[in-house]
Design a protein around this ligand. Structure first.
Ligand SMILES: Nc1ncnc2c1ncn2[C@@H]1O[C@H](COP(=O)(O)OP(=O)(O)OP(=O)(O)O)[C@@H](O)[C@H]1O
Ligand SMILES: [Mg+2]
Length: 333
């Protein structure tokens, strides 16, 4: 159906893929909800690739990674001179995605004051660039995603109910990996083959007991965590048999009754664990951002949001540079 590598055979994953096929041909908004690393972005791309819009652009915007003061211009564009530093007329993501799909990631972080303008763009398919009175019309399909509980944000009046209903025309919930254990074997085989090839390691066997340990782990970082873990396991396996790294800290799945952790708790734990593994190094090839598969500024933003202090790594660049990066990742600078 798509050119993307989407692996999974569990009933829950197959149900998601059935939803993808059903929603792809229409233009209705889709809201994808799920914990971090469950595959929200790849599912959004799959919807685009299976849709009649596939020959047009898929434009992604991470609402959490852009300072709120700049988000309006990122979405709708601006005229020359609209604000200090606006030297040229610039297209926004809505216009870039004309004819295609706009993926609004981390939609729960959309500032309240910008939500009415987004609602109008979704409903009327029109907007004005910052500093312009000319109305621009576009034909865009919006797919949004979040790992926050939008119902709760609406209840707390942190997210507009009308925008929520407009985005939630077709809801897709991505189950966490611990609820689709059947996918762990095919995913592991897929990632082992991928990293064996890219790291030039001739791994050709995965012991049954390794799979059993992976199945019993609770994977708070979901598929991204499994993927990063397998990369490390492939790298450190001494021979052609996959071995678990010695420092693998096995956390066992919680039963659903005792699972009272929030998504934020799971995010915090996963980020802290990764930071420990990288000795608090955030950027660069060996840094936590790379391991987590997110831009450095996004990780710094998330750390601040989750109350994780930025510590100095013994492997880090000067603290002044880190402070500057942190500054870049927030709206306040
Ligand atoms: N079904 C799948 N098969 C193979 N790889 C997958 C699958 N789902 C996700 N992945 C891989 O897992 C990683 C995380 O996926 P993705 O970025 O889509 O997650 P996410 O839910 O958007 O995470 P976050 O909330 O942190 O942004 C990516 O590298 C992606 O390629
Ligand atoms: Mg994502």
């Amino acid at each position: 159906m798509t050119t993307l590598d989407l692996i999974g055979s569990s009933p829950k994953f197959r149900a998601v893929m059935t939803d993808v096929e059903r929603v792809a041909p229409v233009d209705s908004a889709v809201l994808i909800q799920g914990e971090t690393g469950t595959g929200k972005e790849v599912i959004a791309r799959a919807i685009h690739e299976a849709s009649p819009r596939r020959s047009q652009r898929f434009v992604a915007l991470n609402c959490a990674a852009i300072p709120s003061a700049l988000l309006e211009s990122e979405l709708f564009g601006h005229e020359r001179g609209a604000f200090t530093g606006a030297c040229t007329q610039t297209q926004g993501r809505f216009q870039m995605a004309d004819g295609g799909t706009l993926f609004l990631d981390e939609i729960g972080d959309m500032p309240l004051e910008l939500q009415p303008k987004l609602l109008r763009a979704l409903q009327e398919r029109e907007f004005e660039r910052l500093g312009s009175t000319r109305t621009v019309r576009v034909n865009v399909r919006v797919v949004a995603a979040t790992n926050q509980d939008l119902d709760q944000l609406v209840a707390k009046k942190l997210f507009r109910a009308d925008l929520f209903y407009r985005l939630n025309v077709i809801p897709i919930r991505l189950p966490p990996l611990r609820e689709r254990v059947q996918d762990i074997l095919p995913l592991t085989e897929f990632f082992v083959a991928k990293f064996a090839a890219s790291l030039n390691k001739p791994i050709d066997s995965i012991p049954e007991e390794v799979i059993e340990v992976l199945k019993a782990h609770d994977w708070p970082g979901n598929i991204r965590e499994l993927q990063n873990f397998i990369e490390r396991a492939v790298l450190f396996s001494p021979g052609s048999v996959l071995r678990l790294p010695l420092d693998f800290k096995h956390t066992v799945k919680q039963s659903s009754e005792s699972a009272s952790r929030t998504l934020a708790d799971a995010d915090r734990e996963h980020i802290l664990e990764t930071l420990k593994q990288t000795d608090w190094l955030i950027g660069g090839q060996d840094g936590a951002a790379n391991r987590l598969g997110v831009p450095r500024t996004t990780l710094i933003y998330k750390m601040r949001k989750l109350g994780i202090e930025i510590r100095r790594s013994t492997r880090a660049r000067p603290i002044r540079q880190l402070a500057a990066e942190e500054c870049h990742a927030t709206a306040s600078c």
